[in-house]
Design a protein around this ligand. Structure first.
Ligand code: GCW
Length: 720
């Protein structure tokens, strides 16, 4: 992409920025003027140190707008004025001279003043440039209004980090067309797998009352490039498609539209029966096709830029085309034809057979890969990053790279269903990055997952939202970083998780170089720490049933074998792990040869997928020099020590972060310390009951007998 910053350039710019910011931080010791409760997210516009503020005032004494009047341009101007009023300590006046800061649509006269490069700017929707002009002014230019809004937020991000103004010009282009949040929000205001309070969508009060919070939600999304939102749970009743709910959804769409965000609805496949009184929902039935076409027309009449339908079909009890002997492609195409050119159908590949003869992680591939080439061009098949279900670590789904004739979208989970809810500190960008950077997926062996999902008008990265009505939006301050990082990576999957952590920390806490180093370092180790105390060495799905809170590796009595943790770890007196090589289920055979070889490799001491792909004997000696049993215990303890380290490092930042947020994070880290021990102790107590091996020297016995851990129950756990 022309003008795109690569990882190296970004980190070079970041280092320069950090040095500059560090020098300035010495000068600025003013405390925050506002109570820091997290509501403002990363959009905290605080007074700047005077020397930096002078530069900002010189470059942007006033604002000129040369673009057709639109709600989006107004939103950009409002946001700029909100921030600059603080930075200039006076309102940013609207001018007509164009000598200060200006917003310039490149089809307008202002384009004449732009440097030549700006005239060849990317045509990808949302692309923008920020330039300095010879006279000292600054101009944000784009081909479309949304580019002006994104450019405005980029400039605000730059200034909030107190990055050098000399580092402008900048240009940026989204790499993915649909950058989407999937809310698993229910009609009754609860949120499936939500740990940040009730839903922000107040269905009962809509459409008459639209919570102003939705505008702040839209601002936050636009600031990181998110441009699509599914407002209801994929496990949704058809009620969302009734006229009453279309009117409510329209009110949401009207609020989000100025910020470039299109609304989608999760659609229940049986709606023609549930609502339409038809005897069938068979996608090949003419009456069913007519019903969906009329429903789509009704929605588009209310919401002209409606994004389309998100569908969970024939998965976990949801209805779908297979109920009528039809394929996923036939079901998806029927809906796609009802939508037509107006939008897309996002069809989820998260399926597993109700009667599993085949190993669970192989099922989505078996169900979808043979359909490659059969989906209409406005169907996107949305695939979770891993083949199981958003575990702390998984290999990538083998569907990526195996459906070259189908538009595949990536589904990530931002809410931490399996990583400690909103209580544990786990920065997820390294997890997202690990998936996106996984290579060896194409026939050439050089294609990464990111290469597969970036590109044309139906490219998609979706994330299951972690947002709720809690004052701080995400249930904990650090979970805001996961929303932020998701948006930034969906915009540009080549950004580094470390660079994102730094820009988030600078905006969320303060642009102080030492503070940013400390916060980013803590964030960057947090996910591996969770892996260590929950699911070390490639183990997975060891959590409590139903609510998914806490350890329960002993569970073996659920309705289906593949719902039980014992199905996944396969531990017994002899050993542990799932043989997915050719001698076992051969899930490994679903990957291209080079990647399969890397996944099966046991020579890297990190051993990320050892027990995902191999069954090992307890006494087998690993590349680390330890036996499997000893290595397992060591990893659990490393996880516990890791959380202690997070807590200690956070503790040392006391006084350098505002007291309310510091105290809240510290309290949650205490819970995490206790719960990491619980995960470690319960898991070791259980596995030791099978391995009958002594703990290696220096590793303490679990605090309680196994029965104690088995007896814990959490009827009040949120998110079910
Ligand atoms: O991760 C699992 C969750 C379910 C969820 C399902 C899915 C919305 O436990 O709560 O249902 O996946 O992705 O459809």
């Amino acid at each position: 992409m022309p003008n795109a910053l690569g990882r190296d350039e970004i980190s070079a710019a970041r280092v320069i920025g950090a040095i500059w910011a560090g020098a300035l931080a010495v000068l600025s010791c003013a405390g925050p003027a506002h109570a820091e409760d997290g509501y403002e997210l990363w959009l905290r516009y605080r007074p700047l140190p005077s020397s930096y503020a002078e530069g900002v005032a010189a470059a942007a004494p006033d604002l000129t707008i040369d673009a057709p009047r639109s709600a989006t341009v107004d939103a950009a101007a409002t946001e700029l004025r909100r921030a600059f009023a603080v930075w200039l300590d006076r309102p940013l006046a609207i001018a007509h001279a164009g000598a200060g800061l200006s917003l310039c649509r490149v089809d307008r006269p202002c384009a004449e003043k732009l440097p030549p490069a700006a005239k060849q700017a990317s045509a990808f929707p949302g692309a923008f440039r920020i330039d300095r002009l010879d006279g000292g002014g600054m101009v944000i230019s784009a081909r479309d209004d949304i580019g002006l809004l994104y450019g405005s937020f980029a400039l605000l991000r730059h200034i909030q980090q107190q990055a050098p103004l000399d580092a402008i010009p900048q240009a940026d282009t989204p790499r993915v067309a649909i950058r989407m949040l999937d809310h698993w929000d229910n009609l009754d205001g609860s949120v499936e797998r939500g740990y940040a309070g009730r839903s922000i969508f107040q269905w009962w009060r809509l459409p008459g009352y639209v919570d102003p919070r939705l505008t702040d939600y839209a601002r936050a999304n636009a600031s990181i490039g998110i441009n699509a939102v599914a407002v209801n749970n994929v496990n949704a009743p058809a009620t969302f498609l009734t006229p009453r709910f279309i009117a409510k959804t329209r009110a949401i769409a009207d609020t989000l539209r100025p910020y470039g965000i299109r609304v989608f609805l999760s659609a229940r496949f049986s709606a023609p029966r549930d609502l339409g009184g038809l005897a069938t929902a068979d996608p090949l039935d003419r009456g069913v096709q007519r019903w969906w076409r009329a429903k789509a027309d009704e929605i588009y009449a209310a919401i002209p830029d409606f994004g389309g339908f998100l569908v969970k079909a024939n998965s976990e009890g949801q209805p779908g085309p297979q109920d009528y002997g039809r394929t996923h492609a036939e079901g998806a195409n029927m809906l796609a034809r009802a939508i037509g050119k107006r939008g897309v159908v996002i069809w989820r590949a998260f399926v597993y057979d109700p009667d599993p003869a085949v190993e669970r992680t192989m099922q989505a591939y078996n169900a979808f890969q043979p359909l490659d080439g059969q989906f209409d061009s406005n169907v996107i098949v949305q695939v979770k990053n891993g083949p199981l279900d958003f575990q702390p670590r998984e290999p990538v789904s083998p569907l990526f790279g195996a459906m070259s004739k189908t538009q595949l979208g990536l589904e990530l989970q931002i809410t931490k269903e399996y990583l400690g809810f909103s209580t544990h500190l786990a920065y997820l960008a390294p997890l997202f990055e690990e998936a996106l950077d996984t290579g060896g997926l194409g026939r050439d062996g050089r294609t990464t997952l990111a290469d597969i999902v970036v590109g044309g008008p139906t490219s998609l990265i979706a994330g299951v939202a972690n947002i709720g009505a809690d004052r701080n939006w995400t249930g904990s301050h650090f979970d805001q970083a996961n929303w932020y990082a998701f948006g930034r990576l969906a915009w540009n999957p080549a950004l580094s998780s470390d660079a994102i952590a730094r820009e988030w920390a600078a905006q969320t806490f303060a642009p102080d170089a030492a503070l940013i180093d400390a916060v980013a370092a803590l964030m960057m180790t947090s996910r591996q720490t969770v892996v260590d105390y929950m699911t070390p060495l490639g183990l997975a799905h060891l959590m409590g049933s139903d609510h998914h809170h806490g350890p329960a590796p002993w569970v073996d009595d659920l309705g289906r074998p593949d719902w039980n943790p014992v199905y996944y770890h396969r531990a017994d007196a002899d050993g542990i792990g799932f043989d997915r090589t050719a001698s076992g289920s051969n899930a490994l055979g679903q990957y291209p040869a080079g990647l399969a070889k890397r996944y099966a490799d046991e020579s890297d001491p990190a051993l990320p997928f050892l027990l995902w792909f191999h069954h090992k004997r307890w006494d087998d000696r690993l590349v680390t020099g330890r036996t499997v049993w000893d290595e397992l215990v060591m990893r659990y303890d490393r996880g516990v020590a890791g959380v202690d380290g997070l807590a200690a490092r956070w503790g040392s930042l006391r006084g350098r972060i505002d007291a309310p947020r510091h105290a809240e994070v510290a309290a949650l880290l205490k819970v995490q310390q206790a719960e990491a021990r619980w995960w470690r102790d319960a898991s070791i107590a259980y596995f030791q009951s099978l391995s009958r091996r002594p703990l290696p020297a220096g590793h303490a016995a679990p605090a309680h007998p196994l029965s104690w851990y088995r007896d814990q129950s959490f009827p009040e756990a949120p998110g079910r």
